[in-house]
Design a protein around this ligand. Sequence first.
Ligand code: NAD
Length: 366
Amino acid sequence: MKASQSDSEVDALDTGGEHEEVAGIWRRGSGLRAIVAIHSTALGPALGGTRFRPYPTVADGLADVLRLSRAMSYKAAMAGLELGGGKAVILGDPSVLRSPGLWRDYGAFLNGLGGRYYTAEDVGTSIADMDELGRHTRFVTGRSVEAGGSGDPSPVTAFGVFRAMQAAAKSLWGSDSLAGRRIAVNGVGKVGGALAGLAAGDGAKLVVADVDQSAVRRVVDATGATASDPGEIHATACDIYAPCALGGALDDETVPALACEAVVGAANNQLARPELAAVLRERGIAYVPDYVVNAGGVINIAYERDGEYDPGAAHEHVARIYDTVVALFDEASRTGDTLEAIADRTAEQRIAVADAARAGGSSTLG
Ligand code: NAD
């Protein structure tokens, strides 16, 4: 009985062997319980945020950090960054556990990883937390402008989504202008709100929804958008549907009801299950992979990591999301594959090539 119990615990903590390094820290004094997963450093140091939330079990936290760090490798590779993928989770309720001592202990832990992993804000952590953490480690990005960081990444992320929309428009309709295009944005928070402004500025006709009515009002007043219901907006007849709220927006209920030609949105993990990418293609809807579309945030903090943050250089790099998306459409018309499958394959190839070069280099040295 005892043996089988410990066996199943070991199984629950099995990382599957795909990740380069998984490290944990438990500190009684501050209550810090953190796991850092470094998926790959083949292209460069791993970069990804620290998610701070109560997980039902340690195994749940581990599963999340493994999944999220892998996604960061793909996102950085497709964004053309010389960075790998990593992520961290702090287990617990941030409103209870957040303290200067916790950030001190966490900073010391990151220092011990020697720069193989750089962190940033994520769900449950804030720019202020990154400033506090930055007092103890230099392996942190996403700090405030006052602290020498790049500040809120949302406007830059929105610009990247806007560029991805222009690329989709060029590939589907022959012009990258959004003038006269009907675009439905679900979730008009920091990214969706800024995106609505950019799209309206390019002449798009907007339909917007949010569970927060004050956010809807702000965008309607600023852009002349039409307000819709968050539970119904996905079925709006439009050119582009942009999920910009929570993950899992494209599921077995919403996908059959979509009445758009393309999905280009900021939300992470839009597909409730990966098979829906093929379902969307069968329906004639171009789903531009979320992690390609919303890479502006990680590109932005990558420029912070390089030393003095240069907003112009970051902006220029984010603008190139346009070229990446056009290349995905071109490849899809040649192969008939989904944009998602092509992006995954391209990211995997880039990481594998860098890995092989690294292995070749070390065997020469060895
Ligand atoms: P946010 O919290 O500022 O905005 C999200 C908005 O969605 C809020 O206004 C909220 O009221 C609304 N919302 C919540 N549930 C909803 C629902 N069921 N239906 C409709 N609206 C709902 O967050 P954000 O920073 O704008 O991020 C939006 C999405 O983009 C998230 O999925 C985030 O992970 C992703 N993302 C953000 C960035 C960034 O730089 N902020 C970068 C990459 C990805």
